[in-house]
Design a binder for this molecule. Sequence first.
Ligand SMILES: Nc1nc2c(c(=O)[nH]1)N[C@H]1C(S)=C(S)[C@@H](COP(=O)(O)OP(=O)(O)OC[C@H]3O[C@@H](n4cnc5c(=O)[nH]c(N)nc54)[C@H](O)[C@@H]3O)O[C@H]1N2
Ligand SMILES: Nc1nc2c(c(=O)[nH]1)N[C@H]1C(S)=C(S)[C@@H](COP(=O)(O)OP(=O)(O)OC[C@H]3O[C@@H](n4cnc5c(=O)[nH]c(N)nc54)[C@H](O)[C@@H]3O)O[C@H]1N2
Ligand code: SF4
Ligand SMILES: [Mo]
Length: 722
Amino acid sequence: MDDGRRTHFRTCNLCEAMCGIRIELEGERIAGIRGDDDDPFSRGHVCPKAVALKDLHEDPDRLRRPVRRTASGFSEITWEEALAEAAERLHAVQERHGRDALGVYFGNPNVHNLGALVFGPLLLRALRSRNRFSATSVDQLPHMFASYLMLGHQLLLPIPDIDRTDFMLMLGANPLASNGSLMTAPDVKTRLRAIQERGGRLVVVDPRRTETARIADEHVFIAPGTDALLLWSLLQVVLEEGGARLGHLASVCDGLEQVQALARGFCPEQTAVHTGVPAEVTRRLARGLLEAGSGVVYGRMGCSTQAFGALCQWAINLLNLVTGNFDRPGGAMFTSPAVDALDLPKGLGVGRGSFGRWRSRVRQLPEFGGELPVACMAEEMLTEGPGQIRGMLTLAGNPVLSTPNGARLDEAFAGLETYVAVDLYVNETTRHAHIILPPTSPLERSHYDLIFHMLAVRNTAKFSEACFEPPADAKHDWQILLELKQRLEKLRGVGVAQRLMDEALLRLGPDRMVDLGLRAGPYGGRFGLGKDALSLRRLRGEPHGVDLGPLKACLLERLPKGRIELAPKLLVEDLERLRAAFGEAAVVDGGDARPLRLIGRRHLRSNNSWLHNAERLVKGKDRCTVLMHPDDAAARGVEDGGRVQVRSRVGMVTAAVELTRDIKAGVISLPHGWGHDREGVELRVARAHAGVSLNDLTDELAIDELCGNAALNGLEVTVGPA
Ligand SMILES: Nc1nc2c(c(=O)[nH]1)N[C@H]1C(S)=C(S)[C@@H](COP(=O)(O)OP(=O)(O)OC[C@H]3O[C@@H](n4cnc5c(=O)[nH]c(N)nc54)[C@H](O)[C@@H]3O)O[C@H]1N2
Ligand SMILES: Nc1nc2c(c(=O)[nH]1)N[C@H]1C(S)=C(S)[C@@H](COP(=O)(O)OP(=O)(O)OC[C@H]3O[C@@H](n4cnc5c(=O)[nH]c(N)nc54)[C@H](O)[C@@H]3O)O[C@H]1N2
Ligand code: SF4
Ligand SMILES: [Mo]
């Protein structure tokens, strides 16, 4: 329009909820950001972080040009200099010390970034290092592990059909703060309330009475790290009282008898002493699940990042299976995404998964899906000897704040021979980089959610155009990654064919890949030409997105091997570890001077380790506080509002304490992603609201020993007045 006003519609890419947003523009200025009422999925909902897209775009601390670290801080250099030096450095480390001497960390924002998802894996593969790490192993690894072993594909993840369920049993998740995870459900609060409005029930199991627990019909306190026991007791009651109702999946399931036999060992009366959940409550919950028209058990971070995360996700799948709620409306369902990463031509899609093909050098932790657990990253850098990591490449991540024993990792990064980062900021990790390559801002890119459409509670498709034309000298993540790959291969003397291929990909870009995926997918007519067939062109004409309907039963078509393994050997064997761990130890009931158990928490206005540089998201009362039960405080001489020292095997932090009966006695909570007050961090606002890092307390030795995921929750700590 002539006055320079326009409205731009897109999807917010900050968390998993995929909210549609409406950006009002006056020339190049963002006049406002609000929810898009016409988005068929999010229906106008947004959270306070959506407006932070403006802050992020305009943030003077956000890097716009590549920088090199010098004795007096970072200084800007040209892209040519930066890419050439970055490639030479990465190449030199591998030449000098071998391929595995270069480690890579692939951070969380990559999964919210179309270009990085499409082209990042090409660079990662080209590096041919076994020392690949990502946020997966401080997150959803157990879900992928269980799907890999039970269903034959790591990304065939069950999604709770919350829009139709009559009974939802939620463990270790707080969607009212997180907006949902492995459950893309914009406006989740309204969706949860709707369960109640149609006469259903929501039950939350959590060591803290969370925002979500407050709106639930029932909240059950549990001792951290004991969910696997509760879940197996639920299985015991369900199988004893309801029998196995595998329904339409009965003929493809193997191992039912073994599961039935195993469940007998987990009477609710026996597990209650450890979980703190009374046996009658467990029985009531099991009956609730059996009696509901449809029901679903859903467990997330609290259940995933703990010592028995894989056992938890296995048991959750089993509960949904044996109650007949797997792949059934109102239960745990599977998406039929418009771009199906499970079904793309080889090389482009996501592999079925792998486990234990190699092990980490120092601690012998197993590979999963081509990656090693990030809990062993620091020791691989710090332990001398052949195969030691001497150089790192981090892509959109901040592992110093995000992974266990961050302080040790901090020290490890400081000592590297080479470190190249692709990131928007000089954060707690990238401050150690020799070169930082900054991508465009999210509003300067097109977007399609390759991952979150696959994890959504409804089938939809939406493509977002870039809101702004990027500056002439800016590069997208995917361009940086592909150009790095090209330069590395040139240094290695890779053949012409490969180079031509990369040239072609650089010209093609990620949008064309989305088009290919859409046309190859279930709504694209499998390359047919139907008028309504989904294509990029069609999505471009529908800026609010396209609704493809509720989830459909589709598992039988999607199972790669056509069978479901109910009792995978690795998981069955791991039950021994669970039994051994809870042989004699008594429940943590708090109120005395024994060590406490530390858990994390999220806040609506935070996003992992970043977005704290947006004033409007950090202003107000300090959020990086310790929550503690008054009885535990009294036993330690701690006063409300005072400061406490929290100590673990690996570190100590000091923070303000808030006393509350909303946390189970014996447990304390501290949020993660804070601790910005480190030398060299270039985040002015965040530094003024620094907080302390939870991951200076979490222990890299605390892992789920089966799959290697970090056990961030349930750590033993001691607390006293500061
Ligand atoms: N104790 C504890 N620790 C946790 C958790 C917990 O619950 N408790 N949660 C864990 C979970 S679930 C996760 S996913 C991890 C996340 O941890 P990380 O993988 O480290 O991810 P973030 O903290 O989101 O990384 C933020 C960095 O990515 C950069 N960035 C953002 N967008 C882009 C982009 O488009 N391109 C590029 N190149 N860079 C970008 C930002 O500038 C910022 O520096 O933290 C984990 N750590
Ligand atoms: N605002 C905001 N939204 C986010 C993020 C963010 O940082 N901020 N991060 C995004 C990311 S990367 C992810 S992975 C998702 C995570 O989304 P969620 O899985 O919903 O994560 P949390 O909010 O950390 O909720 C975990 C809950 O587990 C509880 N808990 C801790 N230990 C245990 C235990 O042993 N057993 C049980 N039953 N419960 C336990 C905690 O008290 C907490 O309430 O959120 C995403 N959305
Ligand atoms: S809930 Fe998530 S996707 Fe929606 S506006 Fe907030 S940050 Fe963006
Ligand atoms: Mo995450």
